[in-house]
Ligand binder design. Structure first.
Ligand SMILES: [Zn+2]
Ligand SMILES: [Zn+2]
Length: 141
């Protein structure tokens, strides 16, 4: 696994919203669900899972709620100025914050361990065959 130098920093396209990750992420993976496709405008959302108390956010952001397959409400945080997808929170897992790996200042440090919600993946979405696949939620990251 790649080593992260702390803090890991990131932010939105216009820099109105900035964040710092102060502890090593506990997992990472690519989510291919339809909600991630719609909200990111892409084939999948590359996500780092960070402990909630290790995510420090600066700047005004907005959240959009949607109901996940689990029935939990997921709030997706984005910049209201440039629209960039940044981070989320799932009310069923308040201890964890998913962070969009593409919003990191250096996204090359991201290394996915799993693909999940592959049941929703598009036929043109190429996946690394070496990564473990989960049809729906991943059992680990
Ligand atoms: Zn912005
Ligand atoms: Zn998803």
């Amino acid at each position: 696994m790649m080593s992260y130098e702390l803090p890991i920093t990131g932010g939105c396209l216009c820099s109105q919203v900035r964040y710092r990750i102060t502890a090593k992420p506990i997992g990472s993976g690519n989510c291919h669900c339809r909600t991630c496709q719609k909200s990111s405008g892409s084939a999948y959302l590359p996500v780092l899972f960070v402990l909630s108390n290790a995510l420090e956010i600066e700047g005004l952001y907005k959240e959009f709620p949607s109901v996940a397959a689990s029935g939990n409400t997921v709030y997706r945080g984005f910049c209201p100025n440039c629209g960039a997808a940044l981070f989320g929170r799932n009310i069923g897992h308040p201890e964890l914050r998913p962070v969009s790996a593409a919003s990191l200042d250096d996204p090359s440090v991201y290394e996915p361990h799993v693909d999940f919600w592959v049941c929703d993946a598009q036929p043109w979405d190429y996946m690394n065959p070496e990564l473990e696949k989960f049809q729906q939620n991943a059992e680990h990251f």
